[in-house]
Design a protein around this ligand. Structure first.
Ligand SMILES: [Zn+2]
Length: 178
């Protein structure tokens, strides 16, 4: 497995809508290797999700894993692969929460997201699955699916006043929340 190079904001691949993964891809060893490499890359940079365009692959593909010790999350999310994902809102309640992105290193900001959604996607072998996600898990799914449309979390922020460097966030904002 290898660590992939992560595209940073202003690289055109991050702003282009990704293409659906064709059925023929699932059997292809290179497709399976791409998923394993995305997993390694997500771990290397301590992300909780990574989308195809972030590793210069314009495919509707993302990986997610939220470790049990992630303080933002109520529950662990085991490693999962989202191929050609579709989101359906459950209700219209939104929550504000902090997000960062491996394509916008060192920054974070407050983003409103749906509290609950239904996800329909294919797994790494092309098998369809559905689930309901809430709170931080739903937030990560929405963040990754945005990447597949060429959007990043900055586009979803209601204003830029919360935009923070992670160091200053830890020094000034995080302390006050505790
Ligand atoms: Zn991101």
């Amino acid at each position: 497995m290898s660590i992939l190079k992560v595209a940073r904001i202003a690289h055109p691949v991050l702003r282009a809508p990704a293409k659906p993964v064709p059925k023929s891809a699932f059997k292809h060893p290179l497709f399976q290797q791409l998923i394993d490499d995305m997993r390694e890359t997500m771990y290397e940079y301590e992300g909780v999700g990574l989308a195809g365009p972030q590793v210069h692959e314009g495919l509707r593909l993302a990986v997610i894993e939220v470790p049990s010790d992630d303080e933002r999350s109520q529950a662990e999310v085991p490693f999962m692969v989202l191929v050609n994902p579709e989101i359906t809102p459950i209700g219209d309640e939104t929550l504000n929460g902090w997000e960062g992105c491996l394509s916008l290193p060192d920054l974070r900001g407050v983003v409103p997201r749906l509290k609950s959604l239904r996800l329909d996607a294919l797994d790494r072998y092309g098998k369809p699955y559905s689930l309901e996600a809430h709170d931080f898990f739903a937030r990560v799914i929405q963040h990754e699916c945005d990447h597949l449309e060429g959007d990043v979390y900055l586009d979803r922020m209601q204003g830029m006043r919360s935009l923070s460097f992670i160091k200053e966030f830890e020094d000034h904002l995080h302390k006050h929340e505790e």
